[in-house]
Design a protein around this ligand. Structure first.
Ligand code: MN
Length: 265
């Protein structure tokens, strides 16, 4: 029997071991104080993370430590499956347990909107912005995650992360034409964001409401939210591993998202 690791996998492992490939954690810490999306009060709400100790080397378990945990599927750094949205309700394999495992590993392109989002909490990514970005950086390759680096993750731990005002949340996101461009003309795998939703904070008021959710999931694409450390990724050349929990019929799941990227040297 040949027990040697496949050469391509062995090369990758060697590159990780020597640092030629960096492994970057794109995940926020899951804790009870991590903010969750807030919907208008007439709708059901997203439960935050909760943790209750069962035992910690004590009378309830003298040699072991463990906790009971509960949360919404969309709490913390999390994955949105097509079935999350009404437009994706009939997509085959649209729940987290049914998505093929190959779809959990894809390359990524990182689009920097940090300056624009710093200047305008409600910055909208338009088709025109993406076309101008491509002129500067090159075309968005097919079958990539598109990651929006807004630097919103730097706001975690402050009220400006959800950025709720009297008229709702204020955070950046795409409009419908940008989403159609990414899905139909660039064949993206999905959209990953640092904010609490793939849609902008005010996107329920758009002419085409909540276009990221509607267009991504209606076309079988995915979402990643509450990412961090996107500033450590190159524009091109990273690979994202994003594996949601295998929840039967689940619409999404908290997860650990890791990226592999070439060394900066
Ligand atoms: Mn979600």
């Amino acid at each position: 029997m040949n027990t040697a690791t496949n050469p391509a996998l062995a090369a990758m492992l060697g590159d990780i071991a020597c640092g030629a490939i960096r492994v970057i954690d794109l995940t926020n810490i899951l804790s009870s104080d991590f903010p969750v999306i807030v919907l208008p009060s007439e709708f059901g709400q997203c439960e935050p993370f909760r943790m209750e100790t069962v035992s910690r080397y004590d009378g309830n378990g003298p040699a072991w430590y463990w906790n009971n945990i509960s949360m919404n599927e969309h709490t913390g750094t999390h994955f949105d499956a097509p079935a999350h949205w009404i437009t994706g309700r009939d997509i085959p394999n649209g729940t987290v347990d049914a998505i093929p495992a190959e779809d959990f590993i894809h390359p990524a392109v990182v689009i920097d909107i940090a300056d624009e989002a710093a200047a305008d909490d409600d910055f909208i990514v338009t088709r025109g912005f993406l076309e101008e970005w491509e002129k500067q950086n090159g075309a968005i390759p097919a079958r990539h995650w598109v990651l929006l680096r807004s630097n919103w993750s730097k706001r975690v731990g402050t009220l400006s992360y959800l950025n709720l005002k009297d008229d709702g949340a204020h955070s950046p996101g795409p409009d419908a034409d940008a989403m159609r461009f990414l899905v139909h003309e660039r064949d993206c795998i999905g959209l990953g964001v640092e904010t609490v939703g793939t849609d902008a904070g005010q996107a329920s008021l758009f002419d085409e409401p909540l276009p990221a959710h509607s267009i991504l999931h209606g076309n079988g694409r995915f979402g990643l939210q509450c990412l961090t450390n996107l500033d450590q990724l190159p524009v091109f050349g990273s690979v994202i591993v994003a594996t949601p929990l295998k929840i039967k019929g689940g619409s999404g799941s908290p997860l650990r998202v890791i990226a592999m990227a070439p060394s900066k040297d």
